[in-house]
Design a protein around this ligand. Structure first.
Ligand code: KIV
Length: 273
């Protein structure tokens, strides 16, 4: 059996997260779902790759993350690990996987960890704190996820900012403290008012990683395809397009199509003798 560590030597470990918070060195996280992008991201300095259950929407075209299951998450986690041996990889526990009893939850955790994850991410807090504690005590790093938790999209009546009223903000804050209390090593805060995210970040000892939660969180996460501008029409307030991939890809394909129709591709130098 190989004794080689699963991650390369340049990978962050779970022990680096509190250090990053203490030194106020922000944490960057991007979603990643496949081998090719994983290999690409492995050559960058981005800190963490998240095999998010958004894979169900971004890669598989489903309308929500409810369509991700453990097999889907494990398949994509394994592909990302093959492409990114040097990165800290977090895999999402998919829809209802922590609500179907201990055995189902632990089998799901095992599948994701064996696929190559360094940690798992769990949405929500209410009714699952004991389970989260059990997973942590089983030696598995757990990242929490509060605010807009997309697996509860139907209960929220859509993808809406959470914690806007005083009562709702107090609930998110209490949940954040409870998640920290389970031994979670970090917390994603999605689509929450900046003042709430600032308070949670200030009061928690573990780092917060925001998406649509303002600038004061201890890190930021974005969906890779969104920040690359693959769907230019999708532009929520928090999203910054770092590339115009839609134009880039369409332009390349249009030129290829033109070259094929014009018989200028392949040239002689692109042909075998
Ligand atoms: O699945 C996902 O992409 C996520 C991020 C939005 C944090 O959970």
């Amino acid at each position: 059996m190989s004794t080689r560590p699963q991650s390369g030597s340049s990978a962050l470990t779970v022990l680096d997260f509190p250090k990053r918070k203490a030194s106020q060195t922000s944490i960057s996280m991007l979603t990643c779902y496949d081998f090719t992008f994983a290999r690409l991201l492995n050559s960058t300095e981005v800190d963490v790759l998240l095999v998010g259950d958004s894979v169900a929407m971004v890669v598989h075209g489903h309308p929500s993350t409810l369509h991700a299951d453990v097999d889907m998450m494990a398949l994509h986690t394994a592909a990302v690990r093959r492409g990114a041996p040097d990165k800290f990889i977090v895999a999402d526990m998919p829809f209802l996987s922590v609500r179907r009893g201990l055995e189902f939850a632990m089998n799901s955790v095992a599948a994701l960890m064996r696929a190559g994850a360094n940690a798992i991410k769990i949405e929500g807090a209410d009714g699952q704190l004991d389970l989260m504690r059990h997973i942590v005590q089983s030696g598995i790093p757990v990242m929490g996820h509060l605010g807009l938790t997309p697996q509860s999209v139907e209960a929220f009546g859509g993808h809406k900012v959470q914690g806007r009223t005083e009562g709702a903000a107090a609930e998110v804050f209490a949940a954040a403290k409870a998640v920290e209390g389970t031994g979670a090593f970090a917390l994603v805060l999605e689509c929450a008012p900046a003042v709430l995210a600032e308070r949670v970040t200030r009061e928690l000892l573990i780092p917060t990683i925001g998406i649509g939660a303002g600038s004061t969180t201890d890190g930021q996460v974005l969906v890779l395809h969104d920040m690359l501008g693959c769907s230019p029409a999708f532009k929520p307030k928090f999203l910054r397009h770092y590339a115009q991939s839609h134009e880039l890809v369409c332009d390349a394909v249009t030129r290829f199509h033109g070259d094929v129709l014009g018989r200028t591709y392949p040239s002689q130098s692109e042909s075998y003798t």
